[in-house]
Write a protein that binds this ligand. Sequence first.
Ligand code: FES
Length: 172
Amino acid sequence: MSLEREAIFRAEWVCLGHAGQIPLPGDYFACELAGEPLLVIRGNEGQVQVLSNVCRHRANLVAQGTGNRQRLVCSYHAWSYDLGGHLLHAPLMQEVAARLAKRCDLPVFATELWQDFIFVNLDGQASPLGPRLAPFLPTINNYGILGRHHQFVGHEVWRTNWKCLVENFMEG
Ligand code: FES
């Protein structure tokens, strides 16, 4: 499993959800990939980013579940970040945080939207996803996937090896 984590889930593009889950600036959902807590969020300019959900102060989760925020405030000691993960305020530690500058921002992971699906690459080394998936476009174009409205999210836990699930859905 640790080999799969490193060679697949951290090294490759993985789909986290659909852009329709976070249509408005400040919309977010929290999730986890390969043990990495993530925050998928839409910024003020409409861009979708995947941020680390680990507070740079004492590693508390910055946000949980889903919601809409104009700034992200950690519930432990109230460090606050803007929608791009930049540290805005560190109560009682502002001087230290200012000196550490960008090291106190939430890390941003490589993110790509493809047909409105949100993909992340944790190690940042994967080649761009769009060109790799371009050969599939002629096959799926007539499904009109781009621009569809998102309806709901379902969560299920399958007590099986994840590869059995993937293989099962490959037929479809
Ligand atoms: S752990 Fe987030 S503010 Fe302290």
